[in-house]
Design a protein around this ligand. Structure first.
Ligand code: ADP
Ligand code: MG
Ligand code: MG
Length: 204
């Protein structure tokens, strides 16, 4: 099934619903090892994203995700704003001119998003950031070669939970050193919600 503009909008809308529902949870995660604003940052940003994209008609997926990116950069703030902003900017470039994307094209766009996150934040796997969800999920999808979105979302959840065991090496949580162990990384939790929302759009 092709991923089209309607589905892209639904993805962002379901992601927003999940983020609003989990706002307090994301806040609590960030209170434990950061500054406690991740829930607020994400809720503010995605609310604006949905407002923007539902009131706009797009010619292609590229321009839709460009607006997602610009809105997140403008509204989320903190470390995660530019990181998610870059992720969606890279997706928009990968999908420029396309009204719909097949599995391979959407996987390639998500890969570009991961590359953007890594280029921007310079984090690698095991440093207790959103990369600890994105990278293994993309490896999984690359191996499958098709968008097994439900399985990918379950895997994302596992990887989010696994960040509990890690010591933070990047971002605010790194100041805590070993004391960051035992807590789920907030950005990996919000990243899981993005993959869970995508699974709902693609596989109901
Ligand atoms: P801030 O830490 O500035 O308050 P947020 O609380 O919104 O920003 O986001 C924190 C999240 O950002 C972290 O949980 C982590 O997943 C992610 N993050 C922070 N620094 C990096 C980085 N260098 N690379 C990837 N992700 C990062
Ligand atoms: Mg924070
Ligand atoms: Mg902050």
């Amino acid at each position: 099934m092709a991923f089209d503009m309607e589905q892209a909008k639904r993805w962002m809308s379901i992601a927003n619903d999940k983020i609003q529902q989990q706002k307090q949870y994301l806040t609590e995660l960030d209170q434990a090892i950061g500054d406690g604003d991740h829930g607020l940052n994400m809720a503010r940003g995605f609310q604006e994203v949905v407002k923007k994209i539902t009131s706009t008609n797009y010619e292609d997926l590229g321009s839709l995700f460009k607006d997602v990116s610009m809105t997140l950069i403008a509204k989320v703030g903190g470390a995660s704003g530019p990181l998610y902003g870059t992720a969606f900017l890279k997706m928009s470039l990968a999908l420029a001119g396309k009204k719909e994307a097949d599995d391979k094209e959407l996987i390639a766009a998500l890969e570009a998003a991961l590359d953007g996150i890594k280029a921007r934040g310079k984090a690698n796997v095991s440093e207790k950031t959103m990369v600890d969800v994105w990278e293994p999920v993309m490896e999984f999808l690359r191996e499958k070669g098709s968008l097994q979105a439900k399985e990918a979302a379950l895997f994302a959840k596992e990887k989010m939970e696994h960040t509990k065991e890690l010591e933070a090496k990047k971002g605010r949580a790194a100041y805590l050193g070993k004391r960051s162990i035992g807590h789920i990384d907030p950005g990996s939790a919000s990243s899981y919600l993005l993959f869970a929302a995508l699974a709902e759009v693609l596989e109901g």
